[in-house]
Write a protein that binds this ligand. Structure first.
Ligand SMILES: [Ca+2]
Ligand SMILES: [Ca+2]
Length: 266
């Protein structure tokens, strides 16, 4: 080993042993924590009937409440409001297959249920308001809308329910519950909607492919095709953590993105 090389090795050795003096470093602030998603409404859940109407055109849209089955018979949707008022009107915004409301009641402060109206709902077009005007006003903050879903074929969907007081106040529901909802479907599916792909289903070749569905009303949904039944497509969009049930009758055009990575099922 020559002298120069020996000197270099000694220098490097010393350099390694030399303590490093810490230099002050500006510490960046921690990143802000993303807030939780605000809109956690389930598609077709009763909560879709809270707040102001958000289904501007008639049709089977997930922004309205739908019962689990389309023509099973008696169903109800119960709405809660922030403030009790003497009822002047209950305005039921029907957004799909209207005309199935059979009775409207309200609950007094004593918890007793009183019928405001009962009969045949004359609503023919959607969206439209079915307006109930009780003969004897009563103070309430809870309204219950009953339907006989056998009266009008198909899902009879309600977008919103407004409570108008004799004092001039107008309120949209703050909370809602229902007899059943398409948002909660039993394992194994529901009658008439076959799990998987029926024989000859035109979407079978596109399982697990990313697709964009253009729907009536200029609405667009995209995700990975999970399954296809006689009535519905199921798309999963992992980016927004949402699963879409898409009524096939609402589909105008489907773009299949075959050049994108395929997400395979387990
Ligand atoms: Ca029906
Ligand atoms: Ca709604």
């Amino acid at each position: 080993m020559n002298r120069c090389l020996s000197a270099l090795i000694v220098f490097l050795g010393l350099a390694c042993l030399t303590p490093v003096v810490a230099q002050p470093v500006a510490v960046p602030p921690p990143p802000a924590v993303a807030p939780p998603p605000v809109n956690a409404k389930r598609a077709w859940g009763p909560e879709q009937a809270t707040g102001a109407p958000d289904t501007p055109v008639g049709g089977d849209f997930s922004t309205a409440w739908a019962s689990l089955l389309e023509d099973a018979g008696p169903e109800w949707l119960q709405l809660d409001y922030a403030k009790a008022v003497p009822v002047k009107e209950v305005r039921i915004r029907e957004s799909y297959n209207p005309g199935a409301v059979s009775k409207v009641t309200a609950f007094g402060e004593d918890g007793k249920e009183k019928t405001l109206w009962e009969g045949v709902d004359p609503t023919k077009k959607a969206p439209d308001d079915f307006v109930v005007k009780p003969v004897e006003p009563m103070a309430t903050k809870r309204v219950k809308v009953y339907l006989d879903t056998t009266r009008v074929p198909g899902w009879n969907e309600i977008d919103a329910v407004e409570l108008v007081g004799t004092d001039g106040t107008r309120q949209w529901a703050a909370g809602a519950t229902a007899s059943s909802t398409f948002a909660v479907r039993p394992l194994g599916g529901i009658p008439g909607d076959v799990i998987g792909f029926p024989a000859g289903d035109e979407f079978q070749p596109f399982l697990n492919l990313h697709m964009i569905c253009h729907l009536n009303g200029d609405k667009t949904l995209d995700g990975v095709l999970q399954r296809s039944g006689p009535q519905f497509l199921v798309l999963r969009n992992e980016a927004v953590h949402l699963t879409y049930l898409i009524n096939k009758t609402q589909i105008v055009v489907v773009e299949i993105k075959q050049d994108q990575p395929v997400v395979l099922r387990d």
